[in-house]
Design a binder for this molecule. Sequence first.
Ligand SMILES: Nc1ncnc2c1ncn2[C@@H]1O[C@H](COP(=O)(O)OP(=O)(O)OP(=O)(O)O)[C@@H](O)[C@H]1O
Length: 248
Amino acid sequence: MTVPRQSEAALPVFAQAVGKKYRRGWALRETSLVIPPNRVVALVGPNGAGKSTLMGLTTGMLRPTTGALTVFGDQPTGKGLHPAVSYLAQQKPLYRQFTVADTLTFGGRTNPSWDQGYAEHLVEQAAVPMNARVGTLSGGQRTRVALALALGKRPRLLLLDEPLADLDPLARETVLGALITEARAHGITVVLSSHVLAELEGVCDHLVLLHDGQVLLAGDVSRLSANGMSLGELALHHMRAAQQGVAA
Ligand SMILES: Nc1ncnc2c1ncn2[C@@H]1O[C@H](COP(=O)(O)OP(=O)(O)OP(=O)(O)O)[C@@H](O)[C@H]1O
């Protein structure tokens, strides 16, 4: 896959034959992948497929063993996130002793592109009290604060590693709805990893399916599912076929 250098700068993620080897073996092998702009991407695959590893390479927390990966044309340095990228880990690491207001102030101090008004608006929209300590919030409220922190940076790429795992079904629907509205309104590319395929249905328009450290399927859902399969059906069909060792 050859992409001119200039175009690479427009791509949220561009991976060329990327491999990542841990002591126990290869977590990702020869992975070539383009994540185009303005997509809401479902990053799916069975346990151990390499999803978190791909996220780690994109944030720069991990370095590739082989190949190269760029984020808007830049190789992640490992010295903090790319200025255009926000990352929300599953554990949503927030300071429990901080109030919500303190958390947003912290966001402002650590991000040059911080939009305080926008972050406050997102917290207010979620009806989370500004003066509440983070440690006293419910899982759903913490997720909304973590999202406000991630979006307040005004990222062009938002990485979410199983962000909804600790939410009840209603809160999942609300949080996803709010997230997608923001992403579409502001042209943010979102990469969402989840095992709950049903919740990605109607939300994600692009699919990256990993299996055993390799890309099994990647592309816009409308193009991949020519026979009308939903995103969930498509992913399950290919995962089953890969598990049985047959071509889908
Ligand atoms: N720090 C590490 N050291 C050694 N092996 C690791 C490390 N992190 C991940 N692995 C291995 O790399 C492979 C891919 O792991 P990864 O966490 O990227 O998968 P995943 O798709 O995110 O899985 P899950 O859906 O279970 O979270 C697995 O075999 C895992 O055991």
